[in-house]
Design a protein around this ligand. Structure first.
Ligand SMILES: C[S@@+](CC[C@H](N)C(=O)[O-])C[C@H]1O[C@@H](n2cnc3c(N)ncnc32)[C@H](O)[C@@H]1O
Length: 281
């Protein structure tokens, strides 16, 4: 079958599962042929070799498997990252968190930061590429993200400056850290996710506990207890009020929230009031 015929077939298969079936069919075929999408239009009468492999990819996508897992790669910020089962596909909203953290790093000339929940390595890799002088320690509790993040870090030759360790939150981090960034699991356990997320993405990357904000609050407490000055976290759209209340309860004064591009509350920045030696509260 020709490119044109394969695309017509694939579009039909993807009608139920994809919002843009034609576009996704083209993405998958372009990936299969290792060509740009424009090639498909220019040479649509050419035969597709090994079409059974293309059809298997279409069947996976028709079954709601995310495109990124099928092709093993996700585009994020200005890079492409390897992704596979067991590792969260980085989301565009997390790019906002990076820009906010970048502003603090630049302004305060920070050189030592930590990330909690490294996943594919998305946040740490983009930050390390932006700031050649920073060192990052990134933690994750699961084996798969650690493996994939290390591979991505090596692909960008950042292994001298980005170290990934297995740790619950910051428990195993011994270095002096100036800022912690995290996109932790923050979804409530009972929240019904769409099939493409619920059935394919790792639960430990998504669910934060019964109310969802348990891990976020623990991160705030840990960073405060360690005397680290800055914390930047992504959070759920409905977690601003509980976090404000929590900040009040534990005496945090300096914080701001930010929104994503759709106008939903999406995260917060905290500047802890660190007392220098000799200062009185
Ligand atoms: C929402 S994903 C974020 C991945 C990546 N940073 C990103 O933004 O795409 C959360 C990550 O936190 C990890 N994680 C969950 N609980 C953790 C814990 N207690 N300590 C460290 N990492 C944890 C998960 O395994 C997952 O990789």
């Amino acid at each position: 079958m020709s490119i044109k015929e394969q695309l017509t077939w694939a579009e039909k298969q993807l009608k139920e599962s994809c919002q843009r079936p034609r576009f996704e069919a083209e993405l998958l075929l372009a990936h299969h042929l290792n060509k740009e999408r424009t090639y498909l239009h220019a040479f649509d009468d050419r035969e597709v070799e090994h079409s059974e492999l293309f059809r298997m990819m279409v069947a996976r996508r028709a079954n709601h498997e995310p495109y990124e897992y099928i092709v093993g790669s996700a585009s994020f910020y200005d890079i492409h990252l390897d992704v596979e089962f067991g590792v969260l596909i980085p989301r565009p909203e997390t790019e906002i968190l990076i820009d906010l953290v970048a502003e603090i790093i630049e302004k305060e000339e920070l050189t030592s930061i930590a990330e909690i929940g490294v996943g594919s390595g998305a946040i740490s890799i983009v930050l390390a590429r932006k700031f050649p002088k920073i060192d990052i320690i990134a933690t994750d509790i699961s084996y798969m993200p650690i493996r994939v993040a290390r591979r991505n870090i090596e692909n960008f030759h950042l292994e001298d400056r980005v170290t990934v360790i297995k740790s619950n939150l910051l428990d195993e981090v011994t270095a002096n850290i100036e800022l912690v960034v995290s996109n932790p699991p923050y979804i409530a356990n009972s929240f019904k996710l769409e099939k493409n997320v619920a059935e394919y993405e790792p639960k430990e990357a998504l669910f934060g506990g019964e109310t969802g904000d348990e891990l976020l609050k623990q991160i705030v407490l840990d960073v405060k207890a360690r005397g680290i000055k800055y914390l930047a976290c992504e959070m759920g759209y409905d977690q601003k009020e509980p976090m404000i209340q929590f900040f009040g309860e534990i005496g945090i004064e300096f914080y701001t929230f930010y929104e994503d591009l759709a106008g939903f509350d999406r995260g917060f920045l905290v500047e802890f009031n660190i007392l220098k030696e000799g200062e009185k509260q």
